[in-house]
Design a protein around this ligand. Structure first.
Ligand code: HEM
Ligand SMILES: *[C@@H]1O[C@H](CO)[C@@H](O)[C@H](O)[C@H]1NC(C)=O
Length: 493
């Protein structure tokens, strides 16, 4: 045999060995795991997933295997939790064991366990606790978070007014606003929507978000062991994150020069004070690198989520003129036109409150949730889950539960109203997930959604040039539900 033949033969036998080994070891490990479809070696069950609608594929499997089952995405073992009661049993009743974060390889390479979203253990715990406290209203000097959001809502409306009722794609402006809110919280200043630096920041954020949702990333995630050999886009992800960190670092340096620890004005001030307090503690988690990672997290988690929900929500309202009319009626009755909306108005506006909840339920922004992992070996129901097992506590199935929300496929604010038109809470409303890992920005996001939607509809009637029934309502659903493309006109009222 020539040398090439030898190499080929050697490679082939290696491959065969790998295949058998992988089959064998999976079979071996399956002992007490939840049931699930038989995986193929190396690629696992990915052929059974529809990459245009992954939540739907996972729901079909739940019909066959029940509310808890095991699949393999590539070589990674994932336990899927499908439905309200099992998600609650894991994230609430066994909250500690289920509170670790599952690993998304592209991201893990970039953050290396720092920060909050992709953080682990003690460092995650401390950063999360500190950030939650700081984000509470009045945590940061004289200006409340509500005032910062109200200011941004007015700027948003001015920006739409400049379009003079022409048909526009609202996506861009609607992502400036939430991004600016994070800027205002982190370092106390907002940007004009055409500021070069700001635009660059937004571009980086958008690009990384799209990278994470692209089929390419799924391939990359498939074979974590080989990812170092796959050139290209994951480097881009890391480079973008570095650029965002640099952007924050510049602000941190300015803040360091002018710091008055007794009078913190924003998140960076608070963090720098905390650093000073802990400067004699050699094990302190509050170092510069964690500040940059956490700041980046707040941008990544707080911009595209809120802006996609806003963009999607306006489309849903545009498609339902009868709903828009009721919103207008309530705003005119409760707030009128002479003052800006405040969060206090929410208790007098059950209809708007229900609309915002229904938008979030219907949009189903993170259908699979972010991946969790079990932090230790645990017995769960009749199964054994080894430490480190990736968990998908699916949100899609909870938000689309047909017993809790009759006709779950319909956009209908009635899902959150009782017969008397009062707001009706639901335990199934989990767009922010639940338990120890649940969304850190829930309070902020809910404030933004209420104030932005209300301020926009206080000022405008939404109309479209085309028949709004022509706009499609769903796009591909992988990890994140991006809104479909559409255009609309903001007609001053
Ligand atoms: C409509 C808006 C938003 C939605 C639907 C949303 C949803 C979520 C979900 C589902 C998770 C994963 C929870 C889990 O793993 O169980 C999460 C995590 C997170 N969110 Fe949000 N989010 C939104 C806005 C925000 C905002 C504005 C911020 C900024 C402060 C934020 C910061 C975070 C952070 C830091 C985490 C990681 C928490 C951790 O790992 O401990 N989110 N979010
Ligand atoms: C929601 O549930 C209904 C049936 O109850 C199903 O037909 C529909 O496909 C589900 N929608 C989503 C987005 O999962």
């Amino acid at each position: 045999m020539d040398p090439w033949g030898l190499t080929t033969a050697a490679l082939l036998s290696c491959l065969l060995f790998l295949i058998f080994f992988s089959l064998w070891s999976q079979e071996f490990k399956r002992g007490k795991l939840p049931p699930g479809p038989t995986p193929l070696p190396l690629i696992g069950n990915i052929l059974q997933l529809d990459f245009k609608n992954i939540p739907a594929s996972l729901s079909q499997m739940a019909e066959k295997y029940g509310p808890i089952y095991t699949i393999y995405i590539g070589t990674e073992r994932v336990v899927v939790l499908h439905g309200y009661s099992i998600v609650k049993e894991a994230l609430i009743d066994q909250g500690d064991a289920f509170s670790d974060r599952g690993i998304i390889p592209v991201v893990e390479d970039t953050f290396k366990g720092r920060g909050i979203i992709f953080g682990h253990g003690e460092s995650w715990k401390q950063l999360r606790r500190f950030s939650l406290m700081t984000l509470r209203n009045f945590g940061m000097g004289k200006r409340s978070i509500e005032e910062r959001v109200q200011e941004e809502a007015q700027c948003l409306v001015e920006e739409f007014r400049k379009k003079k009722g022409q048909a526009i794609d609202p996506t861009f402006i609607l992502s400036c606003a939430p991004c600016n809110v994070i800027c205002s919280i982190l370092f106390c200043n907002r940007f004009k929507y055409n500021d070069e630096k700001f635009l660059h920041l937004m571009k980086l954020l958008k690009e990384n978000f799209q990278l994470l949702n692209s089929p390419w990333t799924q391939v990359y995630n498939l074979l974590p062991a080989f990812r170092v050999y796959l050139p290209g886009k994951h480097k881009r992800h890391t480079r973008n994150v570095e650029a965002i960190k640099d952007f924050i670092l510049e602000k941190v340096k300015e803040h360091q020069k002018a710091l008055d620890p007794n009078n913190p004005q924003d998140y960076i001030d608070c963090y720098l004070s905390k650093m000073q307090q802990e400067k004699d503690n050699p094990h302190s988690e509050f170092d510069l690198e964690n500040l940059l990672a956490t700041g980046t997290n707040l941008f990544v988690a707080g911009t595209e989520t809120t802006s996609s929900t806003l963009t999607y929500g306006l489309l849903l309202i545009l498609k339902h003129p009868e709903i828009q009319a009721k919103i207008h009626e309530e705003i005119d009755r409760v707030i009128g036109h002479n003052r800006v909306p405040s969060i206090k108005d929410r208790q007098d506006m059950p209809y708007m409150d229900a609309v915002v909840h229904e938008v979030q339920r219907f949009v189903d922004l993170l259908p699979l949730n972010l991946p969790h992992a079990v932090s230790r070996d645990i017995q769960f129901q009749q199964y054994f889950l080894p430490k480190g097992t990736t968990i998908f506590p699916m949100l899609s199935a909870v938000l689309n539960d047909s017993k809790e929300f009759p006709n779950p496929d319909q956009f209908d604010p009635q899902h959150f109203l009782d017969v008397n038109g009062k707001f009706k809470k639901s335990d199934y409303f989990l767009p922010f997930s639940t338990g120890k890992r649940s969304c850190l920005g829930e309070g902020l996001a809910r404030m933004e959604l209420f104030l932005f939607f209300t301020t926009i509809l206080q000022n405008f009637t939404l109309k479209s040039v085309e028949d709004p029934n022509e706009f499609s309502i769903r796009t591909d659903r992988v990890r994140f539900s991006f809104p479909p493309y559409y255009q609309l006109c903001f007609l001053p009222r």
